[in-house]
Design a protein around this ligand. Structure first.
Ligand code: FPP
Length: 261
């Protein structure tokens, strides 16, 4: 299932200009929801003898690049895994640097995002974040709240197993209170209790840096997503890499457990 993706012909940056690549994406059907596990910032920094936070700073530039690329390609939802529940176990210095970068990102980007009609929402256990980062998230969500174009969802302090347990707990409490019968719990009802609410499930999951894992990301929502793994480290990931993944997706045969007609 988790295959190392080959670079298809149409992705070759030597052969195609940026415009041609976007043209190729726009020539076909648009995909609704792309989710990305942004991995490899630390290795990118290590390769340059830089501290890890420099890799995260470079990763922030890639975030801007991919959001613009997704908007230009007509994607409706883009979900980015920015900070996992497990990332809290990293060194306090690295965690603090990531929180500071988040504030920096919001300061630099929120007006530009709003101007482009891009809406950003954050999901995860936000209460664990320091006050400065929580304030930045409020500003980001408020400034972009009117956006009707690309919907960007940032997973911060997020863990999918915790999300699923919280949903189960909510439904159990409703049953205990007599508001819900256990036999009335359906997939739709359960999905509605997840942090992703009514967003469509991702069609495509991209993971950078060659790792072939889901890492506690959207375990329920990715049930039928196509997976694209690239060796490119996140700070080196450009909109052209995104377009390449979108074109690769077109060659996939999505059967949702069914057989060909
Ligand atoms: C994984 O690389 C990346 C992260 C844990 C953080 C992702 C953060 C950014 C892309 C920048 C900030 C983003 C926003 C939205 C402000 P890693 O550190 O695990 O890399 P490694 O596996 O090479 O060590």
């Amino acid at each position: 299932m988790f295959q190392q993706s080959r670079m298809p012909e149409h992705m070759s940056q030597d052969r195609l200009s940026k415009t041609a690549t976007l043209d190729a994406v726009k020539a076909g059907p648009t995909l609704t929801h792309v989710a990305i596990i942004m991995d490899g910032n630390g290795r990118w920094a290590g390769q340059r003898d830089l501290p890890r936070w420099e890799g995260h700073r470079a990763g922030m530039v890639a975030v801007r690049e991919v959001i613009e690329g997704a908007a230009s390609a007509g994607i409706a939802h883009l979900t980015l895994y920015a900070f996992s529940e497990e990332n809290w176990s990293r060194s306090p210095v690295e965690v603090a640097a990531l929180m500071t970068l988040l504030e920096e990102y919001v300061k630099k980007e929120r007006e530009k995002l709003a101007d482009r009609g891009i809406r950003v929402t954050v999901f995860g256990d936000i209460d664990r974040l320091p006050a400065g980062a929580r304030g930045a998230i409020d500003q980001l969500e408020n400034t972009t709240a009117e956006g009707e174009g690309l919907q960007v969802h940032l997973a911060i302090s997020y863990g999918s197993k915790s999300e699923i347990v919280a949903a189960a707990r909510t439904l159990a409490k409703k049953c205990q209170a007599g508001e819900l019968a256990p036999e009335d719990i359906t997939q739709e009802l359960f999905a509605g209790e997840l942090l992703t609410g009514d967003w469509p499930d991702p069609d495509l999951l991209i993971r950078t840096s060659g790792e072939q894992r889901i890492s506690n990301f959207l375990l329920w929502q990715l049930a039928y997503a196509e997976i694209f793994v690239t060796d490119t480290l996140w700070p080196d990931f450009t909109r052209e890499h995104l377009f390449g993944a979108l074109l690769d997706y077109r060659n996939r045969d999505r059967r949702f457990g069914l057989v060909d007609a």
